[in-house]
Design a protein around this ligand. Structure first.
Ligand code: NDP
Ligand code: HEM
Length: 499
């Protein structure tokens, strides 16, 4: 017998949790059975909107330990030597819905929230150092091609390759996605990247550009498409099983944390735009510097409360860390907090998993889910600013140095003068013969059933990376000929749909 009494949410004891309150033994129900109504009403409200992208995810709590010394680049307390910061990670696939199978070929989200003593710093990255598009204007179009076709309600390879072949800036990310690293075995067996260029600034007010890397210490492990099919046939939750199960057993995954640092004025000199999210900074130019180790060592007690309710946003930075002119990053600074207000409610930062561990003082007021207990100023008379009521005041030392920008306002073409190929060539050259063969086969499989004109347009891009790339995919497509397409893709084009 439990020593805890079951209560209503209002705290009153529940006399019977088995039998509803009825008029006579055979019913009907009485509307005064508030406990029954409350139970049904709560069930109706158990679901919140799933994330519009990255809906399927797996997460855990952990620690970031700083072992290196990069204090000359940043004043951020989270990076000072010896600092240990509690953190939360959520990994995800991009396109699948909440119930999607884990072992699907897709980019993986790598979202981190560091509860620093100066506020939460969120790094909302992926397991790839680059992305499919470089202008945020294209992001919703891109995502529409990854989600379901509005008529068939199925994924459409035609839409994917149509968009990619018309957007050559996607080639770098498409190549990673179709390579071995596009299908990691578990979240522990992949790297994470901040992907964007961010900035560091130090006590002297000097700015440096920075890229963040999280290198798996468990080693890279991947599935082939065939292996993944086998896994999915057995379980849809292979990532959850591996991450949750591993941590329960005391096997704590770790990542080596590294940064690449670029002096501010170098951005004017590099042959590529260092704020272009489809590009990496070659390691030979900007060698990775070891900074510390991230370890995941605690499972959530409640998945919904701590992982589904987690709200990561690139807008969450702390003194010593800043943004960059990257157009994608700039849009994300808006988009995530907006998504959270829609998905979780106005005061989503007051949900325990999102709440900073330092004290929060602000003048935002009422609204849905304001569980702060009024405004957070420490004095009920200090509800506006400026005030003479000892309310919280700004801290000028948190002001970052000016961001150098120049140029006239215009809609500049992001396709003109951008080399979309040579970094993909560098990647292609890293692949051994086996990796290349799997790349070709994965692409051929993903392209099956798409219109020839779209395939030709994409093959021309592969040719520009390396003639062997295009030739390899052509050969793999021929080998595939005669086999059934993996996915039905009707209608393929607007014309075909109209026929
Ligand atoms: P380097 O050889 O110095 O760096 C290679 C990087 O590529 C390492 O970070 C390595 O990650 C990663 N890598 C190795 N094999 C693969 C693979 N099969 N798929 C994806 N990534 C892989 O060369 P560069 O810095 O000049 O970069 C060359 C190319 O490597 C780039 O064009 C880019 O496509 C890719 N790359 C570069 C990164 C960078 O920040 N410079 C980061 C990741 C990829 P690991 O150490 O974990 O094996
Ligand atoms: C999730 C928008 C690009 C990584 C999301 C969400 C939105 C969004 C609205 C859902 C947020 C939520 O409901 O919690 C955008 C926009 C982009 C963009 C507008 C481009 C302009 C990127 C890029 C990366 C990325 C470039 C990685 C480098 C993620 C991750 C998540 C996510 C990891 C899941 C976060 C979590 O685990 O909760 N994105 N995104 N996104 N995005 Fe993006």
């Amino acid at each position: 017998m439990s020593d805890k009494i079951l209560t209503t949410t209002a705290g009153a004891p529940v006399p019977d949790n088995q039998n509803s309150w009825t008029a006579g033994e055979r019913g009907p129900l009485l509307i005064q059975d508030y406990q029954l109504i409350e139970k049904l009403a709560h069930q109706n409200r158990e679901r919140i909107p799933e994330r519009v992208v990255h809906a399927k995810g797996w997460g855990a709590h952990g620690t970031l330990k700083i072992t290196g010394d990069i204090s000359k680049y940043t004043k951020a307390k989270v990076f000072q030597p010896g600092t240990e910061t509690p953190m939360l990670a959520r990994f995800s696939t991009v396109a699948g819905e909440m119930g999607a199978a884990d072992a699907e070929r897709d980019v993986r989200g790598f979202a981190l929230k560091f509860y620093t003593e100066e506020g939460n710093w969120d790094l909302v990255g992926n397991n790839t150092p680059v992305f499919f598009v470089r202008d945020a204007y294209k992001f919703p179009d891109f995502i529409h091609t990854q989600k379901r076709h509005p008529k068939t309600n199925m994924r459409s390879p035609t839409a994917m390759w149509d968009f990619w072949s018309l957007s050559p800036e996607s080639l770098h990310q498409v190549t990673i996605l179709m390579s071995d690293r596009g299908l990691p075995q578990t979240p522990m067996n992949m790297n994470g990247y901040g992907s964007h260029t961010f900035s560091f600034w130090n006590d002297a007010g000097e700015r440096y550009w920075v890229k963040f890397h999280f290198k798996t210490m468990q080693g890279h492990k991947h599935y082939t498409n065939e292996e993944a099919d086998q896994i999915i046939g057995k379980t849809r939750e292979s990532y959850q099983e591996a991450l949750f199960g591993g941590i329960e057993k005391g096997e704590f995954p770790r990542w080596k944390v590294q940064v690449q640092i670029m002096p501010e004025m170098d951005a004017e000199k590099t042959s590529y735009n260092p704020f272009d999210l489809t590009k990496v900074w070659p390691h030979s130019d900007y060698p990775p510097i070891d900074v510390g180790v991230m370890e995941l060592n605690r499972n959530a007690d409640n998945y919904f409360a701590e992982i589904e309710n987690a709200a990561f946003s690139p807008s969450n930075i702390v003194p010593g860390i800043g943004f960059s002119p990257d157009k994608m990053l700039q849009a994300r600074i808006f988009s995530y907090a907006d998504a959270h207000r829609h998905r979780l409610g106005t005061h989503y930062e007051s949900i325990p998993v999102n709440r900073p561990k330092n004290e929060v003082h602000h003048y935002h007021r009422d609204g849905q889910m304001n569980v702060y207990g009024g405004i957070k100023t420490g004095n009920p008379d200090a509800y506006y600013e400026p005030n003479s009521m000892n309310g919280p005041v700004e801290q000028p030392s948190a002001k970052e140095p000016p961001l150098r920008i120049h140029g006239d306002a215009d809609r500049y073409s992001h396709r003109i003068g951008n080399d979309d190929y040579s970094q993909v060539t560098a990647l292609f050259n890293l692949f051994d013969d086996g990796q290349k063969a799997r790349l070709f086969a994965n692409i051929a499989a993903a392209m099956s059933g798409i219109p020839q004109e779209i395939a030709e347009r994409q093959l021309a891009h592969f040719d520009k990376v390396d003639p062997a790339y295009g030739a390899g995919v052509r050969m793999a497509r021929q080998t595939m000929d005669g086999r059934e397409p993996a996915i039905s893709v009707t209608p393929q084009t607007p014309q075909q749909a109209a026929e």
